[in-house]
Design a protein around this ligand. Structure first.
Ligand SMILES: NC(=O)c1ccc[n+]([C@@H]2O[C@H](COP(=O)([O-])OP(=O)(O)OC[C@H]3O[C@@H](n4cnc5c(N)ncnc54)[C@H](OP(=O)(O)O)[C@@H]3O)[C@@H](O)[C@H]2O)c1
Length: 281
């Protein structure tokens, strides 16, 4: 086994490193994916799988700073080209934010894409470069990722409660499927094991809104006294627009692996347990 994990230190990468302990996990300090020469030194013949978990996930910052394109778009093309030349499988991760958020049924892999923010456009560029590269490629779109020790919505909400906030307003007009990064890592490994290629959606089961997720996280973490008030996105203006409906349809994942993702509330309980045990927030 000669595998590389790029973006080590991120939420997904840590989940992958736990499942692939013999893989070489490279964080930005060891390997900046925007450095083509550095990439060419590590993605060489003999490497069997490259797990690309490196990304600039600062959605609001992406709106004003085009720096994210180097990581989320251009670098993915370079990684894919090197994987093709080395004969390695590229496992790349993309986002629900490639969709425009029109209401309707959950999004399938072949539904039309039309991102509403710069982050989504950059990630779409990356997935297209990967899929067009001629390398063996698996691209998995996911959504609303959380895990202990990462920058994520669940921990932001819990952090506010821990710092004494008694009332929170949270948007209730964006729907999605929260995803626990260790479950995503297991899903990627499962897909690779079943020979999956191309584009696949994975998210934990059960759709909700940010308001719904905040209420569940606070109640389950013992902050039932914190009042959570639903609000509309326009009451909470942010630099980047978000799709109103980015619920992913995971039927293809279920067909390919023969298993259904567990519910996000079960994963949320695990997250809270790990967070409490390790003190990682
Ligand atoms: N987080 C979400 O809610 C979400 C939702 C949908 C899809 N996704 C996708 O899921 C994948 C995994 O993301 P995640 O949730 O694990 O995000 P994450 O915790 O932000 O991890 C991303 C990692 O990439 C690293 N990175 C940034 N620029 C890099 C560079 N130039 N070279 C090497 N590493 C670099 C980051 O390092 P620093 O922290 O030091 O910058 C960070 O450790 C990404 O493709 C992301 O787009 C995430």
């Amino acid at each position: 086994m000669n595998e590389l994990i790029l973006g080590a230190g991120g939420m997904l990468a840590r989940g992958l490193a736990a499942l692939r302990p013999r893989a070489r996990a490279l964080g930005i300090a060891e390997l900046d994916v925007t450095d083509a020469a550095a990439l060419a030194r590590v993605i060489v013949p003999g490497v069997s799988v490259v797990w690309n978990a490196a990304a600039d996930t600062r959605v609001d910052l992406c709106e004003s700073d085009p720096g994210h394109l180097a990581v989320n778009d251009v670098a993915v093309g370079e990684v894919a080209r090197l994987c093709r030349d080395a004969g390695a499988l590229l496992v790349h991760v993309s986002t629900d934010y490639v969709f425009d958020g029109r209401p309707g049924r959950p999004w399938r892999e072949d539904d039309p894409v039309d991102p509403v923010n710069a982050y989504g456009r950059g990630k779409l560029g990356g997935e297209r470069r990967a899929l067009a590269s001629g390398a063996e490629v698996l691209v998995v779109r996911t959504s609303w990722v959380f895990a202990p020790g990462g920058v994520n919505f669940v921990d932001t909400i819990l952090g506010l409660a821990e710092s004494g906030r008694e009332e929170l307003k949270v948007v209730d007009d964006q729907r999605g499927r929260p995803t626990y990064a260790p479950d995503l890592a297991r899903a990627l490994v499962k897909l690779v094991g079943s020979g999956a290629r191309g584009l696949v959606h994975f998210a934990n089961a059960g759709e909700t809104t940010w308001y719904g997720l905040a209420k569940e996280a606070l109640a389950r973490a013992g902050f039932a006294g914190v009042r959570v008030l639903p609000c509309a996105s326009d009451e909470f203006p942010r630099p980047a627009a978000r799709p109103a409906n980015s619920v992913l349809d995971t039927s293809r994942y279920e067909e390919m692996t023969g298993e259904a993702p567990r519910h996000h509330l079960e994963a949320l309980d695990e997250h809270l347990r790990v967070r409490a045990e390790t003190g990682r927030a």
